[in-house]
Ligand binder design. Structure first.
Ligand SMILES: [Fe+2]
Ligand SMILES: [Fe+2]
Length: 309
């Protein structure tokens, strides 16, 4: 077990490439901040997985249904791994985290607070949102100082890469499709462009502890800027229009218009257009599956009693 005399000592450990493990006597500030970050990530994976599940019956054709089934399993698996990592930090256990989510006391990514209206929305989410999530997860994975988080991110980032590629394949089908298909995607892009650039969050505060402790390696505004450089030309290349009247190019760099962060703040407090329904669906799903947990608990109980007898 590693121990540090004070926060400065801990900071120099981090600055010289140190890794923190659950058994270490980490400072409370680090424990709480990292826990909050991983809990937020876990909640987002779970809410994202439930969104994928919603689209299994509506996905056109057996092949896409199979793919959405696999994606749902991936996302729920990501949530499962992350809740385990978060619970090991000893701040809240898994049930407490889930109850906080279902009672609307904790937070999850902005993109899961809006309604996906058409199949093209689902494609926009798979392409744009998964790409944005992947960019931010990659930057965490690159240099993360909390060992268990870095280890599970390796698998998560690999699977998200597949999701994004699949999103791209679906987007290309629409881009090369009929006028109606192209129009459907343009309308979806109009709805999902802003949420995806907002996914990175407002500019990082000065002295952001997550940056200082190398949980995150890049500032939010830098990640957003890099994303815009990559996706504006791609989408324009496929013949779509970026829904931002202030989008411009300065010295070869794409710049987007100013973002009004106020609506996002309300959304993040679970006051988004679809927040209530989504939280309710997740809570109902948890309640509907209580019998599985009860049966398992009873089986474990019986095995332990038999072993003790
Ligand atoms: Fe995921
Ligand atoms: Fe994903």
């Amino acid at each position: 077990m590693k121990q540090w005399s004070d926060l400065d000592d801990f900071q120099s450990f981090i600055d010289t490439g140190g890794m923190v493990e659950p058994v270490d006597d980490m400072p409370d500030e680090y424990r709480n901040e990292v826990f909050r970050f991983i809990e937020f990530h876990a909640n987002s994976e779970l809410m994202g997985g439930l969104t994928e599940r919603d689209w299994i019956p509506r996905a056109p054709g057996l092949r896409l249904k199979q793919i959405f089934l696999a994606k749902t399993q991936d996302e729920i698996g990501h949530a499962h791994l992350l809740y385990m990592v978060a619970a090991d930090m000893g701040v809240k256990n898994r049930t407490e985290m889930l109850e906080d989510l279902y009672d609307g006391r904790s937070r999850f990514h902005n993109v899961f607070h809006y309604q996906a209206v058409t199949w093209a929305d689902q494609i926009a989410i798979a392409y744009l949102v998964d790409a944005a999530a992947l960019a931010s997860q990659r930057s965490v994975f690159a240099n993360c100082t909390y060992g268990p988080y870095k280890r599970v991110l390796k698998r998560i980032v690999a699977e998200e890469g597949f999701h994004m590629r699949h999103g791209e394949e679906m987007l290309l089908r629409l881009a090369e499709g009929t006028d109606i298909q192209r129009q459907m995607f343009q309308e979806a892009l109009n709805r999902w462009w802003l949420p995806s650039v907002q996914l990175f969050g407002p500019d990082s505060p000065e002295n952001d502890p997550l940056l200082r402790w190398k949980i995150k390696t890049e500032r939010n505004e830098d990640l957003r800027h890099a994303y815009v450089q990559q996706y504006v030309p791609l989408l324009q290349g496929y013949g779509f229009e970026i829904p931002d009247p202030d989008l411009r190019q300065v010295d070869g760099q794409w710049l987007i218009g100013d973002i009004d962060w106020e609506p996002l703040k309300a959304t993040m407090r679970n006051g988004g257009p679809d927040s209530r329904r989504r939280i309710e669906t997740a809570a109902n799903n948890w309640a509907d599956t209580a019998w599985v947990r009860e049966s398992l608990a009873a089986a474990v109980d019986r095995t332990q009693r038999e072993a003790a007898a």
